[in-house]
Design a protein around this ligand. Structure first.
Ligand code: GLV
Ligand code: MN
Ligand code: MN
Length: 418
């Protein structure tokens, strides 16, 4: 029997542009040895990504505005006139920066999918009833200056400009100096009312950072899920002081070696998290003087702790601090965030009953939601769940499904009565 010829699948303009943009971004900030991305705030890689964003916006005739903090906004329509008329804009977007040796998807998937969704809607002749925007938040991962979601925290005032600008990177460069070097005037940084007024709804599409959609044990409904909430989470630092000395000549009993306490912090962080039903990670150390043959004088140990329950997260940290007898210095804290419940329901219905998931990852969407912006999230399937790693992955078909989902949501939300 001869097989019937199959009709070629129609080429979707949003999928085509997604593939083009994805290929263009692939080499930017990719580290040859690890295959991971090093895209840190206000570096030359960050500058290249910002230029790329501006060029993509120009390609579509969008107006690009830099807010007081340096986040980028690409607008179609007049968001100020619309806000004054009571129909503020619908904004899509995410971030382009990465953790050290991060994956390609965390952040860029949301930005690229947003442009691609615009292309799909344009090709279909869609006329929105309000301005549409695409946001690119700066410094979401906090990889350089230590505070995650720095761009959205400064924008909303969740972090003051005094604190943000004084943060330093590993070389002692302040955020203020880094911004200046990146072409942004730190003097204008602060809560940006004008920008916030323009946002009626913010939607962030993101790669899933767990296996909820890919796990064979889970009833996978498809490639896209809707975010419901973000776990409370925070970062703490232990400054463990000791006395530098010679690794060969100092008797063991004469040493004051803070690395031993660091080892205890690392072990006890896990034990404490386990007993409180949370997760905790020591992912970063700074050792002075950092010589193989020198007992350290200082070990700084960074702790990331998260969980479904805020009190349990805080108890994880205080229990750890008392077990090791050291002070946990709080660097940041983000309370539990619930996305707009009617919007969550609506997104799930629109996407044919897409599953609704809570996440342990932080997002700019969470910061905006806490600031009172109507906010939602979409997650695209990640078959292994691995994230913050070069192994982070989403299949191309699933990424395209994310573009379709975003376009469908825009059609609905930008067509609703004000
Ligand atoms: C950001 O990705 C975070 O969850 O730390
Ligand atoms: Mn991330
Ligand atoms: Mn992210």
């Amino acid at each position: 029997m001869t097989a019937l010829p199959t009709a070629p699948r129609p080429v979707d303009p949003g999928h085509v542009s997604f593939d083009r943009m994805w290929a263009e971004l692939a080499p930017v900030g990719r580290h040859a040895a690890t295959g991971g991305y090093r895209r840190f705030a206000w570096t030359s890689e960050d500058g290249t990504l910002r230029e790329w964003f501006v060029a993509e916006a120009a390609r579509r005739g969008l107006d690009v505005v830099t807010d007081r903090v340096g986040n980028l906004w690409a607008w179609r329509g007049d968001p100020d006139a619309a806000a004054a008329a009571g129909t503020p804009g619908l904004v899509l977007g995410s971030h382009l920066d990465s953790v050290p040796d991060g994956g390609a998807f965390d952040g860029p998937l949301g930005v690229v999918s947003s442009f691609a969704a615009f292309d799909q809607l344009d090709a279909a002749g869609f006329q929105p009833d309000r301005p549409l925007g695409i946001a690119c938040f700066g410094d979401e991962e906090g990889a350089r200056f230590g505070i995650a979601c720095a761009g959205s925290r400064l924008l909303t005032g969740a972090m003051t400009s005094e604190r943000g600008l004084a943060l330093t990177d590993a070389d002692g460069t302040t955020m203020a100096d880094a911004m200046r070097a990146g072409g942004h005037d730190p003097a204008v940084v602060g809560r940006d009312e004008e920008t916030l007024r323009r946002i009626g709804t913010f939607l962030e599409l993101h790669v899933e950072q767990g296996r909820a959609l890919g796990d064979p044990g889970h009833p996978a409904e498809g490639a896209v899920a809707v975010g419901s909430s973000i776990w409370p989470h925070g970062r703490w630092r232990f400054d463990l002081e000791g006395r530098a000395d010679h690794a060969g000549t100092t008797r063991l009993e004469d040493r004051d070696d803070p690395m031993l306490i660091a080892a205890e912090v690392i072990q006890q962080a896990r034990a404490s998290a386990q007993s409180h039903g949370c997760v905790a990670t020591v992912g970063k150390l700074r050792v002075l003087p950092n010589g193989v043959n020198a007992i350290p004088s200082l070990v700084q140990t960074w702790l990331d702790a998260r969980g479904a329950d805020a009190r349990a997260v805080r108890n994880t940290v205080s229990h750890l601090a008392s077990t090791v007898g050291r002070t946990a210095i709080e660097e940041s804290w983000t309370d539990a965030t619930d996305f707009d419940a009617p919007l969550v329901r609506r997104l799930s219905e629109l996407l044919d009953g897409a599953p609704v998931l809570a996440t342990g990852a932080g997002h700019d969407a969470g910061i905006l939601a806490t600031a009172g912006v109507r906010t939602g999230m979409l997650f695209v399937r990640n078959p292994t769940g691995i994230s913050h790693s070069p192994d982070e992955h989403a299949e191309t078909d699933d990424c395209h499904a994310g573009v379709d989902a975003l376009a469908r949501v825009v059609e609905d939300l930008a067509g609703e009565p004000a």
